[in-house]
Design a protein around this ligand. Structure first.
Ligand code: MLT
Length: 324
């Protein structure tokens, strides 16, 4: 009799923290780990998302920019963070490419994270410094091919979206360029605007404003259709790079073992955010697509990540590129 009672008390006891958490969560600011430098596309998305998740959670967010190694440093930081609901990770398809690019990763991509949901899909643009002597993509490609030993391509590290886009661009045009790695495309964009580097492929959330203000030249978008925000800018596909398509999905993750009550609250807040008019307006202004409610779920992100690892691994292996 006593044994059973003991077990019941223990069970009751272990449930109490969860019940309390369900009531009190969140009782302090939540940190979003951004595996890239401030001012870049992932940082912009994290800050826009946080503003729309805060009302439902009645709690603020702190942005922890931990850039470097194509995102590996920040991803690992989130994987090793305390699984208490107060640390989440915002990152993108780079989560799916790094298992193939790095022989040794300090975390297990498919098993060290819990999932909150997909956040948004972001197209990429092929852009160059404004002094680039080419009026359109055809002229740019001809110039680039003739000056492969001179031109530099900037990116946010091996495993980043800008690195992957560069890899696809070079393999689909049979070109190679000196590449310059940064902790994010925020600082890379500063150097491109300043003319210290020559060209880059970057997410619309970072490049559309620079194209609009004439700080950089744009030669094409990586989506199948043109962007509403830049209707005169052709796709790379329609300019001869047949089938060139790259859209950067972004997802919200948490360290594995994050309590379910906290995950449920985060999912609810994400679902609120992707429907939130200010979030949707900002994404539209940056030619990006908020996730649907069906994709802003743990299951959808889990399945997407698994499918993307399976998709990109053979492509990267074929390219024979390793970061380490
Ligand atoms: C960033 O925020 O800097 C980007 O996500 C970098 C990238 O992946 O190209």
């Amino acid at each position: 009799m006593r044994l059973v009672l003991g077990a019941a008390i223990l069970a009751g006891a272990s449930l109490q923290p969860l019940a309390a958490l369900a009531q009190d969560y969140p009782s302090k600011p939540i940190t979003i780990v951004v595996p890239a430098a401030p001012g870049g596309p992932t940082d912009t998305l994290a800050r826009t998302l946080a503003a729309s998740m805060t009302p439902l959670l009645k709690q603020t967010f702190l942005i922890d920019n931990s850039g470097g190694a194509g995102g590996i440093i920040g991803i690992n930081k989130a994987a090793k963070a305390k699984a208490d609901g107060y640390t989440v990770l915002l990152y993108h398809l780079g989560m799916a490419t790094s298992p193939a690019l790095y022989r040794k990763l300090p975390y297990d991509t498919l098993n060290d994270f819990d999932y909150v949901g997909v956040v948004a899909d972001v197209p990429m643009l092929l852009i160059a410094k404004k002094t680039m002597d080419a009026a359109n993509f055809r002229e740019f490609l001809a110039y680039a091919r003739a000056n492969m030993d001179k031109l530099t391509y900037s990116h946010a590290g091996v495993g980043s979206a800008s690195f992957l886009c560069g890899l696809l661009f070079m393999s689909s045009t049979q070109t190679t360029f000196t590449t310059v790695g940064y902790k994010g495309t925020g600082p890379a964009m500063n150097d491109l605007v300043g003319g210290q580097v020559d060209f880059m492929c970057d997410q619309a959330t970072n490049s559309v404003p620079q194209v609009r203000s004439g700080n950089v030249k744009a030669y094409g978008v990586t989506t199948a259709a043109r962007l509403a925000a830049l209707p005169d800018l052709p796709t790379l596909d329609e300019q001869g790079l047949k089938g060139f398509e790259l859209v950067v999905w972004n997802g919200l993750f948490a360290p594995r073992g994050t309590p379910k009550p906290a995950l449920d609250r985060l999912v609810a807040a994400l679902q609120h955010a992707v429907q939130d008019p200010p979030f949707r307006a900002r994404m539209a202004d940056l030619s990006s697509e908020p996730a649907s409610l069906a994709r802003a779920t743990p299951e959808a992100l889990r399945d997407l990540l698994k499918a993307e690892v399976e998709k990109w691994t053979p492509i990267i292996r074929k390219a024979g590129v390793f970061a380490d």
